[in-house]
Design a protein around this ligand. Sequence first.
Ligand code: SF4
Length: 256
Amino acid sequence: MTDNNSPPPPPRKRLFVALMGFTCLLIIGIIYLFWWIPTVGLANIHPSLPKISAALFSILSLVALLGTLLLVLTTALGKDILFTRFMRGVVIKFLLPVIETIGKLLGISKDTIRQSFVAMNNSLVISQKYKLKPDRLLILLPHCLQLFDCEIKVTGDINKCVRCGRCDIRGLAELAQKYRIDISVATGGTLARKVIIEKRPKLVLAVACERDLTSGIKDCYPLPVIGILNDRPFGPCFNTKVDVAKIDAALQAVLL
Ligand code: SF4
């Protein structure tokens, strides 16, 4: 029997991969157009120019095609084949804004694309097989995970939580204690950035909504970030929840 109250599963990375393939074909189409239009006049300047420009645009198309293929293979196999860190940068800085625009034209919401992007980013980070000591890791949590009515201020020090169990902060504080990992509750992006600068981790495990995770992953690049989406049964930024088991699994994947 299905639980009608449970949130729908977030879109998987395959949506982002499909949009990436589509974007790649579009880029190749645009490259061809840029080649084809001036070629008509190039022959009048020099007879070899059409051949040179054809070679140049073929190389560009091949790079776009191979890059997409490499990303798809890295994601599908979960293995760092070649240039994964650089490719993650290309996805974050270049492809994401293009894919968001294409998604909008196709009627796919920004949030759906961002959720799929986070899943894709996580695959690329995990494929790099990081194995880090606990003191090189940082868990960043949004303030809205704490129960609104709780009178204890956990921003700054999560260990002030008395583990009453009315919100997920309890499970997360216990997890941080179990693995001896730094855990911070941030009230916004500015504070999160400040914590990262102070603690200088090698990898961040962040919990947030798709919008904040996407901007956090972008801001932190090249620092690897694994993003875990929070659940929002009461709407955004209020008494949100997270599956602690997912964080435990992600930690086990990157801890030495
Ligand atoms: S688990 Fe901790 S943070 Fe959550 S309500 Fe209880 S004391 Fe407050």
